[in-house]
Design a protein around this ligand. Structure first.
Ligand SMILES: [Zn+2]
Length: 244
C-alpha cells in the first residue's frame, strides 16, 4: 500500500510537471510577442516605403528646382535682349515678349509643382516621424514582454526542477517491479493509474465500489477498481497510517 501511495504522489507530480511543460508553450507573453513582431514587420515595411518616397521627393524637388533655375536664366537672357537698345523689327520684339511671358508662365507652373512636392514631403515626413515613434514603442513593449516571458519561464523551470528532484527522491523508495507495473498500467490507463477511494467511490471512473473492496483497502491491501482497473488508495486523512 505504501508504495502505491508514494506512486500516487509521484503521479501527481508528473501530472503537474506535464502541466507546467505545457504552460511554457502557451505563456501569454509568447502570443503577445508574436503579435508585436507581426506589427513591427508591418511598421518596418511602411517606414521603408516612407523613406523611399522621401528620397524620391527630394530628388524630384531638386530636379524641379534646377528646371526653375534654368527657366529664370532663360527669362533673364531674353529680357536682356529685349531691353537692349538694339533696334529690331516690331514682329521680333513681339516674339521676344511672348517668349518671356511663356517662360514665366512655365516657371510659375514649375514653382507650383515644387510647392506641391514640398507639401507632400512634409506629409510623408510627418508619417515617417509617427512610424518611427510607433516602432520605438513596439520595440520597448517587445523588450518588456520578452523580459516578463524570460522571468516567467525561469520560475516555471525552477518549479519543474524541484518537482523532478522530489520525484527522484520518491523513486528511491519504490520497488522497481512495482514501478514497472505502474508504467505498464499507465500505457493504457493514462496519467491516472492510482486514484483515491472517496466515500466508497473510485475517483477515476466515479463508480461506487463493493463493500469487499472498501474493506480490503481499509485492511491495507492493494485493490483495484472493479470497473476501470485503477489502483485505489485511501482518502487523504487515512493515508498517514500507511506511510509510517
Ligand atoms: Zn474506477
Amino acid at each position: 500500500m505504501r508504495e502505491w501511495i508514494l506512486l500516487w504522489q509521484w503521479q501527481e507530480m508528473a501530472k503537474r510537471k506535464e502541466e507546467l511543460n505545457n504552460s511554457l508553450r502557451y505563456l501569454p507573453e509568447l502570443a503577445e510577442i508574436k503579435k508585436i513582431k507581426r506589427e513591427s514587420e508591418k511598421v518596418q515595411m511602411a517606414l521603408a516605403q516612407a523613406e523611399e518616397e522621401l528620397e524620391r521627393l527630394q530628388q524630384e524637388m531638386e530636379q524641379v528646382s534646377e528646371e526653375i533655375e534654368g527657366m529664370a536664366q532663360r527669362v533673364k537672357r531674353v529680357e536682356a535682349e529685349l531691353y537692349s537698345n538694339r533696334a529690331r523689327p516690331g514682329r521680333e520684339l513681339k516674339s521676344l515678349q511672348q517668349s518671356v511671358t511663356d517662360l514665366k508662365r512655365k516657371q510659375r507652373v514649375m514653382e507650383e509643382k515644387w510647392y506641391g512636392l514640398l507639401e507632400r514631403r512634409e506629409e510623408v515626413g510627418e508619417r515617417h516621424r509617427q512610424l518611427t515613434e510607433q516602432m520605438a514603442r513596439l520595440k520597448a513593449d517587445g523588450r518588456r514582454l520578452y523580459e516578463n516571458w524570460r522571468r516567467r519561464r525561469a520560475e516555471v523551470e525552477e518549479e519543474i526542477k524541484q518537482l523532478e528532484e522530489q520525484m527522484a527522491s520518491i523513486d528511491v523508495f519504490l520497488d522497481p517491479r512495482i514501478r514497472a507495473l505502474y508504467e505498464e498500467m499507465r500505457a493504457f490507463l493514462g496519467p491516472d493509474v492510482v486514484v483515491r477511494l472517496k466515500g466508497g467511490v473510485c475517483s477515476g471512473c466515479h463508480t461506487a465500489q463493493p463493500v469487499d473492496v472498501v474493506r480490503e483497502l481499509a485492511a491495507g491491501q492493494v485493490v483495484r477498481c472493479e470497473r476501470c482497473g485503477r489502483v485505489l488508495i485511501p482518502p487523504e486523512e487515512e493515508e498517514n497510517r500507511y506511510l509510517h
